[in-house]
Design a protein around this ligand. Structure first.
Ligand SMILES: NC(=O)C1=CN([C@@H]2O[C@H](COP(=O)(O)OP(=O)(O)OC[C@H]3O[C@@H](n4cnc5c(N)ncnc54)[C@H](OP(=O)(O)O)[C@@H]3O)[C@@H](O)[C@H]2O)C=CC1
Ligand SMILES: O=C(O)C1=N[C@H](C(=O)O)C[C@H](O)C1
Length: 250
């Protein structure tokens, strides 16, 4: 059986370098290109890449995806910075290239995907819910893509259940003291040397609290999700948002 031809964009970055090693080690894949900043995107088409793994920066990701979709190259995207406007633009590009698939995964680690699911299940059962994400200090965006998605899923679940807004008597606060408001859910971002990627969802009800915590201790935690994404995206045209759609979670 022929191997899946995979390229990595952002190949010299923290997660990109790990992805290069993971693709090289995968028996069913061939690494055909490893691009860093300034390298020509034409290399993707010239190398015959079937899938591009996009791990760059929010400032670069749209140009890279524009190229991929126009050339029918499927993409697995870990890069953050997704807004409704960006998703609408990408959806428009995909409509003009209906056989191409793009997976955007706010987080590739199984533990983080499950954290989001557990938070979604628990959210309607508690009066209060807040998200705390903790990352290495080189991260350029806050709050993290994972925390933003977690808060959106929590908010959707609470809306569907008809939950009341979380109680909060705050009248005066310094800017940022109550975190960012993501769809009504407070999200707090910590940046600390020594950390990699961590998240806690704190839920509180009368006389009890529940904490759902996930820790990525090494970039290897993201690799099975990236490889699964590359294998599945080639037969999944259009936009898929979230690795859970490839995990058959019920
Ligand atoms: N979904 C997930 O599970 C995960 C997602 N991420 C996300 O992935 C992204 C990268 O994270 P991280 O590796 O820590 O960041 P890094 O800054 O370490 O890596 C990004 C790399 O991309 C390069 N780059 C920038 N623009 C381009 C371009 N146009 N073409 C090719 N390469 C480019 C950068 O080059 P230069 O250094 O010159 O700027 C850098 O080497 C972030 O958005 C992060 O949030 C990270 C971990 C897991
Ligand atoms: O920048 C990182 O490191 C990470 N970024 C992603 C995010 O913003 O959620 C995924 C993970 O948290 C690591």
């Amino acid at each position: 059986m022929s191997k899946l031809r995979v390229a990595v964009l952002g190949a010299k970055g923290r997660i990109g370098a790990e992805a290069v090693r993971a693709v090289e080690a995968a028996e069913d894949m061939e690494l055909v290109a490893a691009l860093g900043r300034g390298d020509k995107l034409e290399t993707l088409a010239e190398s015959g890449a079937q899938v591009a793994v996009e791990l760059t920066t929010p400032a670069s990701v749209m140009d890279n995806l524009d190229y991929c979709v126009r050339h029918g190259i499927h993409a697995v995207v870990g890069t953050t910075g997704w807004t409704d406007e960006r998703l609408a633009q990408l959806t428009g590009w995909l409509e003009r290239s209906p056989e191409t698939g793009v997976l955007i995964a706010p987080n590739f680690s199984i533990g983080a995907v499950l954290t989001m699911r557990f938070a979604q299940i628990a959210a309607p059962y508690f009066e209060s819910v807040e998200v705390v994400e903790l990352h290495h200090p080189n991260k350029v965006d806050a709050p993290s893509g994972t925390a933003t998605r977690t808060a959106q899923l929590i908010a959707e679940a609470r809306r569907a259940a008809g939950s009341a807004p979380a109680p909060d008597a705050t009248v005066t606060a310094l800017d940022g003291a109550r975190g960012a408001n993501v769809d009504g859910v407070p999200v707090h971002a910590i940046r600390l040397r020594g950390l990699l990627a961590h998240q806690e969802v704190l839920l509180g009800g009368e006389g009890e609290t529940l904490t759902v915590r996930h820790d990525s201790l090494h970039h290897s935690s993201f690799m099975p999700g990236i490889l699964l994404g590359a294998r599945r995206v080639v037969t999944t045209p259009g936009l898929t948002f979230g690795l859970e759609h490839f995990l058959d979670l019920n």
